[in-house]
Design a protein around this ligand. Structure first.
Ligand SMILES: [Zn+2]
Ligand SMILES: [Zn+2]
Length: 450
């Protein structure tokens, strides 16, 4: 194109190659998705727990704030033996490069699988631990607000503690630091430098409020657990209701279910109901919205199902108009209770389809359709800002794990953290309600009642 032609002194081929390399470099994820980072954090947590000279430690930074992606990791460790800790850190097996190795900070590049991850370990006295952890948890904007609060009292906050007229005060915990400024403990995921200083945090949703997971796959399509195993696992988590939602027939390559197979699956679900009389188990399905905008089953069949999710898994390259027509058709179907993973993005891998989220929120509000907060860290959609818009529009949310393997059930807590970033309360989130309340909500749409 014009730019390439205009560059003097280089052959066109060379320039094109250079431009191409730059583009690839720019699209390469320099920030890693939370889901990749948490594996290395889990490994490091395990290793650090075995260092007996460590008094307290925790990861800070954007990972502790449960951001979608993290540029690097910051670990805060307290000890009386910094030299010994430093030596132990330099023996970590994942080290690719040592950037700095002092007695207060060890900076390493670790290599795990194909990823290079920058990790800073900050080694402090235990007296400074809480202030250092708070400081390196951030966010930057949160810390600015905290420093303003301190300044109003003639104090100053640093990573070492609180400088007062009487000298340095070192809070033993973050709770003590917040309490000094008449604040409740502000959970890390809320530390954005805005609402956390103004809102009543005690009203926010917590993981304990969750009563159900209603987007999960079994061995009938592409999950690894049988119906019985999945129900057992949800019962063990203390859930009172749940939905089995395997893929629909359009998804042939993951063994999507025909009408006949969904009917056959009910026999297994019925057996699970007998085994768990206290659990309400919905016969559900994750139904594809086809490329032409039609749905994968006829209404005549959908009315047999207790609960229907609609999702897009195909033709991501369609125009916004085409994508929105598909989503609108799904929202307008009385049997569709939820639009799952509404943007289709996979963090660090693909952008998702051309959804107009504001329009989707309008459609959801108008039709009484719920939207999903998909708790899988590779998806995390809707984003916190979209969730806040949905709440403002009165749209109800379901937080689901989209479980395909048993360990994915644990992602529920991550979904809750993201919902908290949007200041959602239990009343906004259908899977904190009882099964009866949820079925009444879905039933109103089915019956066309406002
Ligand atoms: Zn899906
Ligand atoms: Zn799914």
């Amino acid at each position: 194109d014009g730019t390439v032609e205009a560059m003097p002194g280089f052959g066109k081929k060379t320039v094109e190659k250079y431009v191409k390399a730059l583009e690839t470099f720019e699209t390469r994820p320099e920030r890693l998705p939370y889901g990749v980072m948490r594996k290395i954090v889990a490994e490091l947590n395990q290793t650090l727990a075995s260092f007996d000279a460590i008094i307290r430690f925790e990861v800070g930074g954007s990972f502790r704030r449960a951001e979608e992606t993290c540029k690097d990791l910051d670990f805060i460790l307290s000890t009386n033996e910094p030299e010994r800790i430093k030596e132990q850190l330099l023996e970590l097996s994942l080290i690719d490069e040592v950037i700095a190795a002092g007695s207060t900070k060890v900076s390493l590049i670790l290599k795990r699988d194909v990823h290079y991850i920058a990790v800073d370990f900050r080694i402090v006295d235990d007296a400074a631990y809480a202030s250092t952890l708070h400081h390196f948890t951030g966010s930057k904007d949160h810390n600015v607000r905290m420093r303003q609060l301190a300044k109003e009292r003639g104090e100053s906050i640093s990573e070492y503690g609180v400088e007062t007229e009487q000298g340095l005060v070192q809070p033993n915990t973050e709770e003590e630091l917040f309490a000094r400024y008449d604040l409740p403990f502000i959970a890390p995921e809320l530390r954005a430098g805005r609402h956390e200083f103004e809102q009543d945090l005690s009203r926010l949703l917590t993981e304990q409020d969750i009563q159900a997971d209603v987007h999960m796959h079994t061995t009938w399509s592409d999950g690894t657990l049988s119906v019985e195993e999945l129900v057992d696992a949800c019962a063990a988590r203390g859930y009172t209701w749940m939905a089995i939602t395997d893929h629909s027939k359009y998804m042939k390559f993951v063994n999507g279910l025909t009408e006949e197979r969904l009917r056959a699956q009910r026999i297994e679900i019925e057996a699970a109901r007998e085994k768990h009389p206290d659990m309400t188990i919905l016969c559900g399905v994750e139904m594809d919205i086809l490329p032409d905008g039609s749905l994968d089953y006829e209404d005549e069949f959908l009315k047999e199902m207790d609960y229907v999710i609609a999702s897009i898994h195909s033709k991501f390259d369609q125009t916004e108009e085409e994508i929105m027509q598909r989503l609108e058709n799904a929202c307008r179907n009385p049997y569709v209770s939820l639009i799952a993973h509404p943007t289709g993005r996979i963090i660090g891998r693909r952008e998702g389809y051309a959804v107009n989220v504001d329009r989707l929120i309008e459609l959801a509000a108008e039709t009484g359709t719920a939207l999903e907060m998909n708790a899988n860290p590779a998806r995390f959609d809707l984003t916190a800002s979209s969730l806040a818009k949905a709440k403002a529009a009165g749209v109800k949310i379901l937080i689901n794990t989209d479980t395909h393997r048993p360990e994915m059930l644990e992602d529920m807590k991550l979904g809750v953290l993201h919902a908290r970033k949007a200041y959602l309360e239990a009343s906004d989130v259908i899977n904190t309600w009882s099964a009866e309340e949820a079925l009444e909500f879905f039933g109103r749409k089915r019956l066309g009642v406002d």
